[in-house]
Design a protein around this ligand. Structure first.
Ligand SMILES: [Fe+2]
Ligand SMILES: [Fe+2]
Length: 395
């Protein structure tokens, strides 16, 4: 398949306009929702982690990797990160890169598989309940069941195509049925995640868990507004002893703090209050915020926070803003050395199966809300021309 045909999916789709419109309505709806009284999120004390039936302990070896692929030095905790798996609206099948990744993941012997959202292809109003259920069955058949069979815990955050939080003018969720069916899938005891839950929050929308010495928190960033009461929950969770005593803290949400690709540079496609959210994560020493949605790999940093913008495996790979790097589908292996808080990313181009080098990516991205820097680039090392680089709207 030509890369161009993949790129053009969302924008050329008759439904793309709806997607943008619904993004706008997220902001409008949420502004209204702020004035509505909604129940406070349930905050569960974390005296003892609630553990689902464990899928078992997979075998471990030295620096495992699929034959013929680069084998990174294994960390104390290894995470296989995947993102944006879905094909066209209503699809129950997956592109070859998704199938390949699921096949290869066990060979890296990760402690955890983490997905930054968009696992099925919803956010389309005419999808019926049987069609939405069929999508989750397709996800289970193609992704979740093989990973369960490999005894790999599966952590995730929901995406806008799984369970959009876009709201209508009356404050109601526009995709309530999709949210209900996503929750039903994940709360079904026959679909265990194998996670060591710390606080089930409102699983699967927001929750926390721990694998090894790493604390994970996921929030509902399926729209551009993380509910203020949920931010309060996140602050309490990140401030908790279990989070602070962990060696490394990671937050996962679908929408990024900063837009990095064309087609995602519109307000509504990245998180509102991003600077406040970044400050919150910095305050509680979150190492990395992992996000999807922009459909391009770009490991970055801003302030004291690392930003792992995840590459895509499904349909709709996108071009980075200011940069003409090749379009790539990707997945990442994270190796964490907990004694030194070292977090290493090894990201593979899922077409060539070669490692994507940082030098292949732009040194910085001028996003609509400020510059972010490639992981290995210090702000102090920028040239004057780079410092002056500004986001240029195409709309
Ligand atoms: Fe996506
Ligand atoms: Fe998305």
């Amino acid at each position: 398949m030509a890369w161009n045909s993949i790129v053009s999916f969302n924008e050329s789709s008759p439904f793309y306009f709806f997607s943008v419109v619904s993004g706008c309505s997220v902001a409008l709806g949420a502004a209204i929702a702020r004035r509505l009284t909604s129940p406070k999120p349930r905050i569960v004390p974390s005296a003892s982690p609630a553990t689902e039936p464990s899928p078992g302990v997979p075998k471990r070896s030295g620096n495992p990797a699929p034959p013929g692929m680069y084998a990174p030095p294994r960390g104390d905790v290894r995470i296989a990160v995947i993102s944006d798996l879905n094909s066209q609206y209503g699809s129950t099948t997956y592109e070859p890169e998704v199938i390949k990744a699921v096949e290869l993941i066990p060979q890296w012997e990760p402690d955890l598989v983490l997905c930054s959202g968009d696992m099925v292809a919803g956010q389309y109003p005419s999808l019926t309940e049987p069609e939405i259920k069929a999508m989750w069955e397709g996800f289970d058949r193609n992704v979740a069941a093989p990973l369960r069979a490999a005894k790999l815990p599966y952590g995730f955050t929901l995406g806008n195509h799984d369970a959009s939080s876009a709201r209508g003018l009356s404050g109601n969720f526009l995709f309530q049925t999709e949210r209900d069916l996503a929750a039903a899938y994940w709360r079904d005891p026959s679909h265990p995640t194998g996670l060591n839950f710390i606080d089930r929050g409102d699983f699967p929308f927001y929750y926390s868990f721990q694998q090894g010495d790493v604390f994970f928190l996921t929030w509902d960033a399926t729209g551009n507004i993380v509910d203020p009461q949920q931010i309060e929950w996140a602050e309490q969770s990140l401030a908790s002893a279990v989070a602070q005593n962990a060696k490394v803290r990671i937050v996962v949400g679908h929408l990024p703090l900063y837009a990095i690709t064309y087609g995602r540079e519109f307000p509504g496609e990245y998180l509102d209050r991003a600077e406040e959210l970044r400050a919150l994560m910095e305050k509680y020493r979150v190492h990395t915020y992992i996000s999807g949605h922009d459909h391009a790999y770009y490991p970055a940093h801003k302030g004291k926070l690392e930003l792992l913008n995840m590459g895509i495996l499904g349909s709709g790979v996108r071009q980075l803003l200011n940069g003409n790097s090749p379009l790539m589908k990707a997945m990442t292996i994270i190796d964490i050395k907990t004694d030194s808080d070292t977090v290493n990313y090894t990201t593979y181009n899922m077409r060539s199966l070669k490692v994507i080098e940082l030098a292949e990516l732009p040194r910085l991205i001028a996003t609509p809300t400020g510059q972010i820097y490639r992981l290995d680039v210090n702000e102090s090392d920028l040239t004057e021309a780079e410092k002056a680089l500004k986001f240029i709207p195409t709309y």
